[in-house]
Design a protein around this ligand. Structure first.
Ligand code: OSB
Ligand code: MG
Length: 369
């Protein structure tokens, strides 16, 4: 499959519900999309880097630079017949996992389409339905959080993840647990705490949470092991894990008992599958995280989460929670049982609406072989 043409677009889409985490408030989604044209098939990838370096070092700007100047020039005009081929060509570029992942994702979408397969099939996914959870941003008050959780659980979702930060944690979680004694609940701190907060974080043990996600520094592995030894609630790592090697290190050190896998954070679907494999061998549960994706990135996440080792509900929710006018269709809907259906059509199973895409495009670049 010869890569003949690549197109980058920086898009901006208003979020239906502004999303607050410990690192800030997002009301508009910005991302870079990658389109690849290869001998009659088109593949799309979405870069999950945010506008600013709040979640990780990468931004829409750095991703644009790395994709246009370094990654795409390595592959343009060349034959890509497997993910291994592609990763080999990109091996010279260090880091920049989100940019790399967007290109890998677009390539795998195109590759699956050229082989007459769905992306899930190409990855070795076996599930037809995936369990869906929601990630709920920090709310103005415990009461507002309870009302939001109530709405999401009523929609069918299997678990609710509550974003926390110092000052919006114990009281908030307690309020939700009081009203929903049996709900599957977890929290995500996005690195808002330090080891000085161990005593405080231990208070979360009272609420039967399935896990505490990324309580300590975004680049830490070992302090999480110190914390994990002092809290009963399982620790899950998100920001800290960039590779299968990181996953091994974290598990060997006792830093976490669960891993949140995001293809963007780890450099692509291939590395995401490797982490899945490492965890599965050890009986460690994984789940698929989200980065407020459009239906393009969401479809990539759904394909990934169709692998057997994704045994916990992920942050892949229905499309209607994010944007009024998504740029790709069909959207994903949640069933009354809290599941999403894995597409069986070609590639990601979603198609881009060119007119909507054009309306939200802020910058565009075409590279031809
Ligand atoms: O930490 O998982 C996170 C969104 C942006 C950045 C980081 C995170 C998140 C989410 C959103 O939790 C999950 C979703 O896409 O709904
Ligand atoms: Mg997280």
């Amino acid at each position: 499959m010869r890569l003949e043409r690549a197109e980058l677009r920086h898009i901006a889409l208003p979020l239906l519900y502004p999303f607050e985490t410990s690192f800030g408030l997002e009301s508009e989604k910005h991302c870079v999309l990658v389109r690849l044209d290869c001998e009659g098939v088109t593949g799309w990838g979405e870069c999950v880097a945010m506008n600013g370096p709040w979640y990780s070092e990468e931004t829409t700007g750095t991703a644009w630079d790395i994709l246009s100047n370094f990654l795409i020039p390595q592959v343009l005009g060349r034959d890509i017949d497997s993910a291994a081929d592609l990763l080999q060509m990109l091996a010279r570029v260090r880091g920049n996992n989100m940019a790399r992942s967007a290109l890998e994702g677009a390539s795998l979408d195109a590759l699956a389409r050229s082989r007459g397969q769905s992306l899930a099939q190409l990855l070795g996914g076996e599930r037809h339905e995936i369990e869906s959870g929601v990630s709920i941003g920090i709310q103005p008050s415990p009461g507002a959080l309870v009302a939001t959780v109530e709405r999401e659980l009523a929609a069918g979702y299997r678990r609710a993840k509550l974003k926390i930060k110092p000052g919006a944690d114990i009281e908030y979680v307690h309020a939700v647990r009081r009203v929903f004694p049996d709900a599957q609940l977890m929290v995500d701190a996005n690195s808002a705490y330090t080891l000085d907060d161990v005593g405080h974080l231990r208070e979360l043990d009272a609420f039967a949470l399935t896990m505490i996600e990324q309580p300590l520094a975004y680049d830490d592995i070992l302090d999480h092991a110190t914390l994990a030894a002092q809290v009963e609630t399982p620790i899950c790592l998100d920001e800290s894990i960039h590779s299968a090697r990181d996953a091994r290190h974290a598990l060997n050190s006792g830093s976490c008992r669960i891993i949140n896998i995001k293809a963007g954070r780890v450099g692509g679907l291939t590395e995401a599958v490797r982490i899945h494999d490492v965890c599965r061998e050890r009986g460690v549960p994984v789940w698929c995280g989200g980065m407020l994706e459009t239906n393009i990135g969401r479809a990539h996440n759904v394909a990934l989460a169709s692998l057997q080792g994704f045994t916990l509900p992920g942050d892949i929710s229905a499309s209607e929670r994010y944007f009024a006018d998504d740029i790709a269709y069909p959207g994903f809907t949640v069933s009354a049982q809290g599941t999403l259906t894995v597409p069986t059509t070609l590639g990601t199973g979603v198609e881009v609406d060119d007119q909507r895409l054009e309306r939200v495009t802020q910058r565009r670049m075409v590279l031809v072989a």
